[in-house]
Write a protein that binds this ligand. Structure first.
Ligand SMILES: Nc1ncnc2c1ncn2[C@@H]1O[C@H](COP(=O)(O)OP(=O)(O)OP(=O)(O)O)[C@@H](O)[C@H]1O
Length: 504
């Protein structure tokens, strides 16, 4: 390693409204290294990166680029120092085309001063191809899946020949093969001397791709070390302050009557001949790779999609669900994935985001009972370890993971009989994951029927009674939760194996 890091952040301090969020944090990133920035939700990772990216100003401390002190007064200055920041909430403009997003603020013009659209399209195509993405540069970004938006952001950083790329949970909406490609690209970037700061809650990915790590806890630096010298258990302990068990949860309760019966549900091109049941108290999981059709299946079941055939029985009664309202009335709740895009109302306070689906619980004589609402919130704040200085601030002031926890709290509070969680712990730290699983188990014990959709096999293995594996819109295997393992699930999720002709 060189003696002089590419970037050094020294003794950085930052408070929001008098609440300290970063306390004398120091971070050094070498040239050509991939450095993991780790910590629980709300530990201060994004804030530290926002300071490096010129979004926030530190209250004190210094930043050095190749030994020279700099002031990142705004994002533009940070960019001119070779830093690109790929945010969790992607900064794409939906109403602009792919190439327009790529060249926003740095458009190429010809000699006469006109935009050189063809050249911008050519460069866009070339850079995307490096990532293995083949898109029409003139496609509107709003028509693209989130995974493409993420890859376009990364391409944009490549286009600007960045020296340091900050990636905040870049794999959240990427499919398995796209993650592989991203890692390959990161390793190539590293070879060419580019540094990467990598924020993620997926420790296995971090271990696969990062050289060193820094752990923050409650705004303080806990440790910086080589990735090789720490094992994941140790790192988890540094993050959370205690050891976290990865064991399967023990389920001892009995199941009740049938809550949901699905027969031969099909939707052309999306899913085919799906059969399954969920009893009260049961936790049923669906896993598979991206493109397996599970999200589309449950969006149909919840009435977001209307074009499907087959039968759905809720508590023994056949129903045609063509609108989410019907699903809600039938006692179903749906916690969508990409919650930051789909589930929060940014201008509302944290506490109101929690009570949004269950206003009835807090209403008396037509008035909302503030005190009751706050009391309820304070329970979730404790059980889910939500980090918020004041629950009356708007939810967009919370860290990404803490926003997600509030949305989980909202659905726990809504208290529906059947609860569908799509990727319930996406973006959530290891400690809080445990709490969320515990809450889900408690709900099952109370007789709720629970469905968990997850791209992470370990998640369904830890918590579900029954696991369905999907591949290309079909259920290819069904296991009891304690009778299978990650490897076996993978065989069925990749289509390498399938059980009998018709499972579900
Ligand atoms: N603009 C803001 N106003 C007030 N508080 C803020 C603001 N931005 C961040 N915070 C607070 O700073 C703390 C650290 O948040 P930060 O987003 O840096 O955490 P994080 O480690 O990135 O978490 P996550 O893993 O959930 O993304 C949180 O408690 C958050 O509520």
């Amino acid at each position: 390693m060189t003696s002089q890091p590419f970037v050094a952040m020294n003794q950085i301090e930052k408070s929001f409204n008098g609440v300290p969020v970063l306390k004398k944090v120091t971070l050094e990133v070498e040239k050509g290294e991939i450095h993991a920035l780790l910590g629980e939700n709300g530990a201060g990772k994004s804030t530290l990166m926002n300071i490096l990216g010129g979004v926030h100003q530190p209250d004190s401390g210094q930043i050095f680029i190749e030994g020279k002190q700099v002031t990142m007064a705004n994002p533009h200055i940070s960019q001119t120092h070779g830093i690109s920041f790929i945010h969790q909430e992607l900064n794409m403009v939906g109403d602009l085309k792919v190439y327009e997003n790529m060249f926003l603020g740095s458009e190429i013009r010809n000699k006469a001063g006109f935009l050189n659209v063809e050249e911008m399209c050519r460069q866009t195509r070339e850079i995307l191809a490096e990532l293995g993405v083949f898109l029409n540069p003139k496609e509107y970004v709003r028509n693209l899946a989130t995974s493409y938006k993420q890859l376009i952001e990364i391409s944009k950083a490549l286009l600007h020949k960045s020296q340091l790329i900050i990636m905040d949970e870049p794999t959240t909406s990427l499919a398995e093969h796209e993650v592989g490609r991203l890692f390959e690209l990161m390793r190539n970037l590293k070879k060419s001397g580019v540094s990467i700061i990598y924020i993620s809650h997926k420790l296995k990915e971090i271990q696969a791709v990062c050289d060193r790590y820094t752990v923050l806890r409650d705004g303080q630096l806990v440790k910086t070390d080589d990735m090789q010298s720490g094992n994941l258990e140790e790192i988890t302990k540094l993050m959370v302050g205690k050891a976290i068990s990865q064991e399967r949860f023990v389920h001892e309760h009995e199941f009740g009557e049938m809550a949901l019966e699905v027969e031969r549900l099909s939707s052309p091109g999306l899913f085919k001949d799906i059969d399954f049941t969920v009893r009260k108290g049961q936790i049923v999981g669906f896993t598979g790779l991206a493109g397996d059709g599970r999200t589309e299946l449950f969006e149909s079941l919840f009435g977001y999609r209307k074009k499907y055939t087959g039968t759905i029985k809720v508590k023994g009664k056949a129903m045609k669900i063509t609108h989410p309202r019907t699903a809600l009335q039938a006692g179903m709740g749906y916690v969508p994935k990409d919650r930051k895009e789909n589930a929060i109302i940014k201008d509302l306070s944290v506490v109101h985001n929690m009570s949004l689906s269950s206003m009835g619980n807090f209403e008396r004589w037509g008035f909302i009972q503030d005190k009751r609402e706050l009391e309820k919130f304070s329970n979730y704040e404790k059980t889910l370890n939500i980090k918020v200085a004041n629950p009356r601030i708007t939810i967009d002031k919370l860290s990404g993971g803490n926003q997600q926890k509030v949305i989980i709290a909202k659905w726990l509070e809504a208290d529906t009989d059947i609860l569908i969680f799509d990727n319930p712990t996406q973006g959530i730290d290891v400690g809080a994951k445990q709490e969320i699983y515990q809450e889900i188990l408690e709900l099952a014990k109370l007789g709720k029927a629970i469905i968990i959709l997850s791209s992470e096999a370990p998640e369904v293995l830890r918590i579900c009674h029954v696991i369905n594996v999907m591949y290309h819109g079909e259920i290819t295997a069904r296991f009891m939760g304690d009778e299978t393992n990650e490897e076996e699930i993978m065989h069925y999720a990749t289509g390498a194996k399938r059980e009998g002709e018709h499972i579900g």
